[in-house]
Ligand binder design. Sequence first.
Ligand SMILES: Nc1ncnc2c1ncn2[C@@H]1O[C@H](COP(=O)(O)OP(=O)(O)O)[C@@H](O)[C@H]1O
Ligand SMILES: O=C(CO)[C@@H](O)[C@H](O)[C@H](O)[C@H](O)COP(=O)(O)O
Length: 472
Amino acid sequence: MAAAGGPGPTCVLGIDLGTTSVKAALVTGTERGLALAQSCSRETQAYSDSPGAAAQGMEQDVQKIIKALNECLAALPQQQLQQVTHIGISGQMHGVVFWKSDKGCRWSEGGPGPAFEADRVSHLVTWQDGRCSPAFLSSLPLPQSHVSLATGFGCPTIFWYSKNSPDFLKAYDAAGTIQDYVVAMLCDLKKPLMSVQNAASWGYFNCRNKSWNTDILKKSGFPVHLLPEVGDPGSVAGRTTCAWHGIPKGAKVGIALGDFQCSVYSCLTERTDAVLNISTSAQLTISMPLGFQPPEAPDPSSAVTYFPYFNGDYLAVAASLNGGNVLATFVGMVAQWAQELGFQVQESAIYPRIIQAALAQKHSKLSIHPTIFGERHLPELLASVSSIGASELSLGHVSRALCRGLVENLSSMFPVQHLQELGVTRVLGSGTALARNEVLRQEVERIFPFPVVYGKDVDAAVGAAMVMFHRK
Ligand SMILES: Nc1ncnc2c1ncn2[C@@H]1O[C@H](COP(=O)(O)OP(=O)(O)O)[C@@H](O)[C@H]1O
Ligand SMILES: O=C(CO)[C@@H](O)[C@H](O)[C@H](O)[C@H](O)COP(=O)(O)O
């Protein structure tokens, strides 16, 4: 990890509120640089029903996300938590959660000290939500933003509620991403604060002048009072208003960040590096030259978008909706089939078996285009399978073809030739799905003609902590 930036903090807590799991990391500053002292992760199991959004909804129970966060912190050493002076928080982008500003959580005394649970809070409508159909999106006003609108983005989701369920919004006076919600609870912010990174992921945000398209939104009856204040990534949102899991009151809390920017931050050292992250979703990212400004108007047909990074820089990112979530769906399908055949198989037991089976099948003619969730630039193009030979139907063949398809899909969104033209010389791998799956790593190394480095201790939680060390 890079060296600390000056006399600053000595122990920072980094948090990533991901789509599948919460990660927490304690990072310390030493004379030899930054070191990961402890880490913990807990699956949230937060997926919940989506009242009113029918089958396209994809919502998560915020109580369960905060429960997983509390479990992670309770598992970290108290003695080190007591040394924490700064907290960096990242999380799944695009999604929106609503809360009542003075009743968003309930604090209580627990074993390791005060902790909060979610209270008057809605479900989190996540980036995977599909309630905003292409027809609905085209009925919305054109944004003054370089980022195209997509379902699962905060502003289109708020528009959906204001048009389909206006009474729902009357119960809340604050909104943000799940990571903005946690920052607001820790610092008791009356008005949520959101970084440019997350504002860009909501839509209707002009990155050039760092402001919401308020006039456009107002004219269309959008509840602009729900839009958070916006600040720069790396800035401090406030201080903790009470002790938290042993962390002393007054700890500085950074403005919440995007998970994929923090994954990149945890490992990107050279401008010639590309970062390939496979978690629930998947991203292939490179940093743009200093001073780069994205085009004025979005190109909805482009697989690559430009997202704010730090210090006014941008990342070019092929952000796939199909990553570890496709493997998770396949594992769920195998478990369901086994149950229908009369066998009970734990999903956690299936992962190692499909990976082992695929490792035994180095080659497979079977071809799977895995986009069961579509892509933002091609929402109608769902998954397909071809070259199905009678000898290619083992669990190993299918699992190998699925992993290959995921990596090939990312590579089709950001082609190798384009990476080479941009001067990429190395690929840095990150994300749990990649770290835990040798077959995925083999396919990455087969498809990308660059050295592939899998960083140790690289993920969004570590990245969020590193940002707090390096802020000026
Ligand atoms: N036991 C396992 N072995 C291999 N991969 C796994 C296992 N459990 C989960 N995964 C993969 O990890 C992905 C979730 O990664 P994670 O980093 O927790 O996601 P996020 O950061 O989006 O919350 C899942 O989508 C799944 O594909
Ligand atoms: O769409 C983009 C970026 O535009 C994605 O990278 C998006 O940030 C991620 O899918 C979400 O933040 C979820 O990330 P994760 O939970 O899969 O780590």
